[in-house]
Ligand binder design. Structure first.
Ligand SMILES: O=C(O)CCC(=O)C(=O)O
Length: 221
């Protein structure tokens, strides 16, 4: 089965483990050792990292080749900054400004950025690339996904419940320096960490050059 059918895929050794250590030190230097930040593309080094990861991964993942990086979120799960997320799809995309259209709902502002629920047609083209800066282990709250759950577009609460009941979920145990690539519409969740080991991730979101629907991406490279 492929990324197209599963809605996710894991890749090892996309960046060097020592480079992950440098990134972790850099993030501590930025004071971003707490839960995280959605504004990582404000940093030139992070924007460049998004380009580098794209260049490496596009050889192995066709679906990424025509896309560009539109956002990066840093997640730092640890014993002192711990959380769980219940089953959901990622529908919010970062845009330059609000556009009045009946097709566009779910507007929000977070960390000074404007988000809207992307129409399914847009979300179906997008790919999230989670670069793992630590080993993701059973005990440190890895992301879990439900195979193929991205295929039906936006799901109702009842559909989410049914998919959860009748499908096995898969823990995404990605080694440090590896990547989990996923469709934003795949159902995913994560548990609290029960380990001393941190689970740090840079979550890059890639979208088509033109998001259409009168929208423009929040960040222009
Ligand atoms: O990394 C996590 O634990 C949560 C990530 C997540 O749920 C998301 O990106 O929507």
């Amino acid at each position: 089965m492929s990324f197209k059918d599963h809605g996710f895929a894991m890749f090892e050794n996309i960046v060097d483990k020592r480079f992950c250590d440098d990134l972790n030190a850099r993030m501590n230097g930025l004071g971003q050792e707490s839960a995280g930040s959605r504004r990582m593309l404000d940093h030139d080094w992070c924007r460049q990292l998004g380009l580098d990861v794209h260049a490496t991964l596009a050889n192995q993942l066709n679906e990424l080749s025509d896309l560009r990086v539109v956002q990066c979120t840093y997640f730092h799960k640890s014993p002192t900054s711990n959380w769980l997320v219940t089953w959901h799809q990622d529908r919010s995309v970062p845009v330059a400004s609000r556009v009045d259209s009946p097709e566009l709902t779910g507007w929000s502002t977070k960390e000074g950025m404007t988000f809207v629920h992307g129409p399914d047609e847009l979300l179906a083209q997008m790919v999230a690339v989670r670069l793992h800066l630590d080993d993701s282990l059973d005990a440190n709250g890895p992301l879990r996904v439900i195979l193929g759950s991205h295929q039906a577009g936006t799901l109702s609460n009842e559909q989410i419940e049914a998919l959860r009941q009748y499908n096995r979920d898969v823990p995404c145990l990605v080694p440090k320096g590896g990547v989990l690539a996923m469709r934003p519409l795949i159902l995913h969740a994560s548990s609290k960490s029960t380990s001393q080991n941190p689970r740090r991730v840079l979550h890059f979101l890639f979208g088509p050059e033109n998001p259409r629907f009168g929208l423009a991406w929040a960040s222009i490279s």
